[in-house]
Design a protein around this ligand. Structure first.
Ligand SMILES: Cc1ncc(COP(=O)(O)O)c(C=O)c1O
Length: 469
């Protein structure tokens, strides 16, 4: 047998080391510092070595992982890890990823991965049904929301450029294509716009109202002004959960506007679209099915381990229009029951990410997710209540979802930033920065399966202690 392969005994040994580590790690999380106190020189000395020509034993690798990698890792599953839009993973994902790696399906041409292909279709079908997208819709599991948004905007661009889009690109375009999104929109839309050659000068950042929702009157003015000056408006990006305050743009009104103006409506739901699993958040998300495309992130509100995003399009032909390819060295055998996913996105080789998404929904069930999402919103409401009730803090934005933007009163912006930095460095908790209507403060986003109200109390006490110094 080749030396790169394990014997059955080695497999059993590796599985035991893995299981033991997993149990030890999960039960020790709360005692760890959320953020490591990284001694860079020591870390580099421990990790950097000349290219090894001889092998290292499995036991030594696991030992090094536990003694060097883990203590210098940020513990994203720690109960007080609350920055950004970043959940702690559900326990199942690690096992699904493990199985996916063992089976090593290449989820590109369907005949390289028939059962994985059926699974990916099943989960994207569940999502399409959740949003009420039509029969001809379809989608693909991606690395995350950024890639999902890039794929959606590519489909929109190529649709608007017409039949020669792929051959001519933007080079024959005399009237610049313009994209519109609120000023609360995630920076990955800027990235997508620049990757697609549209130029970020052609991304109009439309101001938001007091609830951080896109101003439709200003959107309408901007589209009219661009048409008047000879530009070509083609796409509006709406948010199902803005990255800082978690606001939901008025999706139904956006869809009416886009229909009238013949614009592609993409909903960036990386953060919040899956909140539609909960009755509490269904209403603001009920019109997602009217959009031309929508992104969502199973590695956010399904608590799948990184990476798992998804993009859905209203008309599956739009994906094939942008990404379809049949080079001579790939034998594609069309079959109405299967999809060649290489025609739905830029990747050729793709792993079986859909397994952890499928398993998570099957194992925990949609109702458990609805409860969990509500619980996250309840934790945010609890923090908001404490911030309002206690001396020393104030809210910076209304709390509509699972995140809270707040600051320490009596301290200026720089001092708030310093308190945040000191808090993270202390290892007691990890919050993120917030910039709300040009004022800087702190942000806690509740997506952590271990956080309790006691953690929130502790966190506020820590902030006051640091501030008093
Ligand atoms: C609204 C929004 N869009 C897009 C993204 C990017 O998603 P990802 O990190 O999965 O690429 C995020 C990430 O937090 C987000 O909140």
């Amino acid at each position: 047998m080749n030396d790169l392969l394990f014997s059955p005994e080695q497999h059993a040994h590796a599985a035991r080391l893995l299981a033991e580590f997993n149990t030890r790690y999960n039960s020790s999380l709360a005692e760890r510092a959320v953020h490591p106190d990284v001694d860079r020189a020591t870390l580099r000395a421990l990790i950097n070595s000349p290219l090894p020509h001889e092998g290292t034993s499995l036991d030594a690798l696991f030992e090094e992982f536990e003694n060097v990698i883990v203590p210098n890792a940020t513990h994203t599953a720690h109960p007080r890890f609350l920055p950004y839009v970043q959940p702690s993973p559900n326990s199942l994902s690690a096992y699904a990823d493990h199985l996916a790696a063992i089976l090593n399906q290449n989820c590109t041409l369907w005949h390289l991965s028939p059962s994985a292909n059926a699974v990916e279709q099943a989960v994207t079908g569940w999502f399409a049904n959740l949003f009420g997208l039509p029969e001809q819709s379809s989608g693909i599991i991606t690395s995350g929301g950024s890639m999902a948004n890039l794929i959606a905007l590519t489909a929109a661009r190529d649709h608007y450029l017409g039949p020669n889009a792929r051959e001519q690109g933007l080079q024959s375009q005399t009237s610049p294509l313009v994209v519109y999104a609120s000023d609360e929109t995630h920076a990955c839309i800027d990235k997508a716009v620049s990757v697609l050659g549209l130029g970020t000068n052609n991304l109009r950042r439309i101001p938001t109202d007091d609830a951080f929702r896109i101003r439709l009157d200003l959107l309408s003015d901007a589209v009219a002004a661009d048409r008047k000056s000879g530009r070509t408006p083609f796409c509006v990006v709406g948010n199902a959960g803005t990255v800082t305050t978690g606001a939901f743009d008025p999706i139904e009104e956006l869809s009416q506007f886009c229909r009238t103006e013949n614009l592609w409506l993409h909903i960036d739901g990386a953060y919040g679209a899956l909140a539609a699993l909960s009755e509490r958040f269904r209403e603001p998300l009920s019109a997602i099915g009217l959009a031309d495309s929508v992104s969502l992130d199973p590695h956010k509100f399904l608590f799948c381990a990184f990476e798992a995003g998804c993009v859905l399009v209203r008309d599956r032909a739009m994906l094939a229009n942008a990404f379809g390819a049949s080079p001579s060295y790939l034998s594609q055998s069309e079959d109405p029951d299967f999809i060649d996913y290489s025609n739905y996105g830029p990747q050729l080789s793709r792993g079986f990410k859909a397994l952890k998404v499928w398993w998570s929904l099957k194992h925990f069930g949609a109702d458990k997710y609805a409860e969990t999402i509500d619980h996250m919103a309840d934790l945010a409401a609890y923090l908001a209540e404490q911030v309002t009730r206690r001396d020393g803090f104030e809210l910076m934005a209304p709390v509509v979802f699972n995140c809270v933007c707040f600051r320490l009163v009596g301290l200026d912006e720089k001092q708030n930033e310093q308190v945040l930095k000191d808090l993270v460095e202390s290892g007691a908790a990890f919050l993120g920065p917030a910039s709300v209507k040009n004022q800087r403060g702190l942000r806690a986003c509740f997506m952590n399966l271990r956080t309790t109200e006691a953690d929130i109390d502790y966190l506020l006490d820590q902030l006051l202690t640091i501030a008093s110094k």
